[in-house]
Design a protein around this ligand. Structure first.
Ligand SMILES: Cc1ncc(C[n+]2csc(CCOP(=O)(O)OP(=O)(O)O)c2C)c(N)n1
Length: 515
């Protein structure tokens, strides 16, 4: 057995059985080990941002890491923007980054670079193997590091000779670390605070935004009147009819100020206090009202769900939660020219139960604001603000959950960063319907141009405009093997979306909403 085989065996034995890959020469022994060892599914991505974004989507749903296979520093660099988003989502990922053979480093060959330094940008754990005898043990530790609550990126650098030289064997899997129980004192402190008559909210992030944690939060709300909040861009929320509805913090600073106005107590569960996404001249960065007490019920590495349940019991909350979302569908919009609002209403109306919605719709999510009253589903958001994340995330989510429909709602600007993920969807026959909101613009940046107080002329506007040439999403998708259609009216969009839902496999709809 060589080092690469010992590595792949260890990964599989540790529960890592999907590898999103874009390999090169230094990774050839790892690639060969995929055949020598049973149990690892390779998924090729044609750009590393697809590879890392797919690993993010996979990890958010599978709740365990996929591994990536990346080619030296440049491969990792190409994948780093989506690792940035994955870090913000606290997604467990194991990166395997090939490197030159250890003895080759002294020659400073063209692809040589400081991989560990680059990995540090988004990884919580970085190690370079130095011997084929330690590769397997390093891999077991990488998996464990990735699973350290709430989840993080672990990067293992694999010099080519540590992969090709003989190794002794695989390493046994290590126990996965579990989130620690909430501190009893924190629960008591918050319970005592909740007995006062203040206006309060509970801000939740992480696994507690799944059904069980939200149920406990809804019980607390029923007893104490606390509002239940989540970040503007939460990694994953289980929402929909019958589930406890969370209020999403709005995007712009002054909207957040308004939203939190009057709040006297903010309780954090795995979350940080909200801040404005950007600073603007004359607008606040810190939107929490002055004098509002901030208390931590559970830190991100603690079991937020258990903390909410303990708190619910402590305050004597009823068994049945409050704030349960009703099943409420919007009317089918009247026939006419397609717009973002109408398209969103149609998606809301037709959303199948158990869907996974991957959202990078940006300004076009206007019709999806009340999605919590649709059929129960998982909502995934762009966590780190680095666009070009969510078509890959949808791809990885579909690999993790082959029996569920994935709906990817995407602005045309962000879509162009990592559209190669469509090819992976076609090759893997993934059950993803992608809606491209073709407004032919970086619309949000037109808004931001005004907000920052800059005035734009023709040149400035040309940097935010995607006309000339117009992107043909039907051809782009078909060129990568994904069946596609274009909708310019609401009725055409409704037909096309309904037909995509009936089919199994990748589809793309170009929703033309350009003015
Ligand atoms: C990696 C990265 N590059 C650039 C930006 C700046 N940026 C923010 S939104 C945006 C355009 C988004 O356009 P689109 O996806 O079409 O959504 P729209 O604003 O039109 O609704 C850009 C370029 C970013 N957030 N991330």
């Amino acid at each position: 057995m060589n080092g690469a085989e010992s590595l792949v065996r260890t990964l599989v034995g540790s529960g890592v059985d999907v590898c999103f890959a874009n390999p090169g020469t230094s990774e050839m022994h790892f690639v060969a080990a995929l055949d020598a060892v049973a149990g690892m599914r390779p998924v090729l991505g044609l750009f590393e941002g697809v590879v890392t974004g797919a690993a993010d989507g996979y990890g958010r749903l599978a709740e365990k890491p996929a591994c990536t296979l990346l080619h030296l520093g440049p491969g990792l660099a190409n994948g780093t923007a989506n690792l940035h988003n994955a870090r913000r989502a606290a997604t467990p990922i194991v990166n395997i980054v090939g490197d030159h053979a250890t003895y080759h480093a002294q020659y400073d060959a063209p692809l040589a670079s400081n991989i560990e330094q680059l990995a540090g940008y988004a990884s919580g754990w970085v190690r370079a193997s130095t011997s084929p005898r330690t590769v397997a043990a390093d891999a077991a530790r990488a998996v464990r590091a990735a699973l350290e609550p709430p989840g993080q990126i672990a990067t293992l650098v694999l010099p080519a000779d540590t992969a090709w030289l003989p190794a002794e064997g695989e390493a046994p899997p290590l126990d996965a670390p579990r989130p620690i129980a909430p501190a009893g004192a924190a629960v008591t402190r918050v319970a005592n605070a909740l007995r006062g008559g203040k206006k309060r909210a509970i801000l939740i992030r992480g696994a507690a935004l799944k059904e069980r944690g939200l149920r406990a939060a809804g019980r607390i709300a029923a007893r104490t009147g606390a509002r239940i909040l989540c970040d503007t861009f939460a990694p994953r929320i289980q929402q929909g009819a019958g589930r406890v509805a969370v209020e999403r913090i709005p995007y712009f600073a002054e909207q957040i100020v308004q939203f939190l106005n009057g709040l006297e107590e903010l309780i954090l569960v795995g979350a940080k206090p909200p801040v404005a996404f950007f600073a603007y001249p004359d607008k606040p960065s810190w939107p929490v009202p002055a004098g509002c007490e901030i208390r931590v019920l559970a830190h991100a590495h603690e079991d937020g769900t258990a903390a909410l349940e303990a708190l619910a019991d402590d305050v004597g909350a009823p068994v049945e939660p409050g704030l349960v979302a009703a099943y409420a569908l919007p009317e089918m919009p009247a026939a006419g020219k397609l717009d973002a609002f109408g398209a969103g209403q149609i998606i809301h109306r037709l959303l199948p139960e158990g869907a996974i919605v991957s959202d990078e719709a940006a300004t076009s999510r206007v019709g999806l604001q009340a999605l919590h009253t649709a059929a129960p589903h998982d909502l995934l958001s762009l966590t780190g603000g680095s666009i070009g994340s969510m078509i890959p995330v949808a791809t990885g989510a579909a690999v993790a959950c082959p029996d569920r429909k994935v709906i990817s709602v995407q602005g045309d600007g962000g879509a162009m960063y990592t559209l190669q993920a469509l090819w992976t969807q076609a090759r893997e026959k993934l059950n993803v319907t992608t809606v491209i909101f073709a407004n032919r613009s970086y619309a949000i940046l037109n808004v931001e141009l005004m907000r920052v107080g800059a005035s734009g002329g023709t040149k400035a506007r040309s940097t935010l405009d995607l006309h000339d040439p117009t992107l043909d999403w039907v051809k782009l998708a078909e060129g990568m093997g994904v069946a596609a259609s274009r909708a310019e009216t609401r009725e055409a969009f409704a037909d096309q979306f309904a037909s995509a839902l009936r089919e199994n496999g990748p589809r793309l709809i170009e929703a033309v909403i350009a003015p």
